[in-house]
Design a protein around this ligand. Structure first.
Ligand SMILES: [Zn+2]
Length: 69
């Protein structure tokens, strides 16, 4: 296929143009902008809290273990 941004010939399966970095597939950028973005941000925020909770629990467990061993 040909890059829409710079006209360089790139692989048909390429997601982005290797020369200018422009996205070749329409679904990917569209997904980022429409509802997917909000859901993704929500999911990533949830994952952040989940990771923070796990770290807090682990830190607490280590603290108790160090205190009472
Ligand atoms: Zn390009």
């Amino acid at each position: 296929m040909v890059c829409r941004q710079c006209g360089t010939e790139i692989a048909a399966k390429a997601i982005i143009c290797y020369k200018c970095g422009a996205a070749t597939a329409t679904p990917a950028p569209a997904r980022r902008v429409s509802p997917g973005r909000g859901a993704g941000a929500k999911a990533s925020a949830y994952n952040t809290w989940l990771i923070a909770a796990v770290i807090a629990i682990l830190a607490g467990a280590i603290w108790w273990w160090m205190r009472y061993r």
